[in-house]
Design a protein around this ligand. Sequence first.
Ligand code: HEM
Length: 224
Amino acid sequence: MSNSLAITLKSSVVKKQLIGITGLLLCGFLVTHLLGNFLLFVGPEAFNKYGHALTSNPLIYLAEAGLLALFLGHMGLALKATLENKAARPQRYYMKTKTGRGSTIASSTMPYTGAILLAFIVFHLQGIKFGAVYNVTYDGVVMRDLYKLTFEKFASLPYAAFYVVSMIAMAIHVSHGFWSAFQSVGFWHNRYTDSIRKAAIGYAVFVGLGFSILPIYCFLTGAN
Ligand code: HEM
C-alpha cells in the first residue's frame, strides 16, 4: 500500500469517526427534544414553561452554539465523504466492507434522507423558533406561547403531513446512522452486532413515531 493511499484511508476513517460521534450526539439531542415536546400532551402551561426555562437560561447560547457546530460538522463531513466516495470507488468499497455487510436502502440513501432533514430543519426553525411571537403570562412571568404557535402550524394538513414525511426520512436516516456510528467509533464486535442493530431499529422507531405522533395529535385535536 502506498503512503498516500494509507494516509487517505486513515483520514477517511477519522472522518467516519467524526461523522459517527457528531451523529450520536445529535441522536442525544433528538431524544431530549422529543421528551420535551411530549409536554404538548400535558398542556399549554407545562409546554410553555418548559420552553421558557430553556430559552431564559443563559447557558442556552452555549448549547445552541454547540448544537450548530454539531449540525454543521456532521453535514460538512458527510457531504465531503460522499463526494470523495463518488470520486474514489476503492475507498467506498473499503468503507462499506469494514462493517461486514452490504448496502441497504437506508445506507445507500443517507445523503438523500440527510438532505430532506436539512430542508426540514430550516423549515422548522423558520416556522417555530423564528416564527410568530405570541405571549402568555403565568405567575406574573411573560413568556412565548409556543403551544399556541405549534397547534396553529399543525392545524394545516400540508404542514403536518410535511412533518410526518420528514420524520419517516429521519427514522430511515438514523436507523442506519446509529448502527454505523457504533462501527465507526470502533465499538464493533460480532457478539454485539445483533444488539446494536436492534438498538438502532428501536431508536429509529421511537424517534420516528414519537415525532410523527405530535403533528398528528395537534392536527386531530385542533387549535386550542
Ligand atoms: C413534532 C415535532 C417537533 C416539534 C413540535 C418541535 C418543536 C420545537 C420548539 C417548540 C422549539 C423551540 C423554539 C425556541 O427555542 O424558541 C424547537 C426548536 C428546535 N427544534 Fe424542534 N420540534 C420538532 C421536531 C424537531 C426535529 C425532528 C428536529 C431535528 C431533526 C428539531 C430540531 C430543532 C432545533 C435544532 C431547534 C432549535 C433549538 C435551539 O435553538 O435551542 N425539531 N422545536
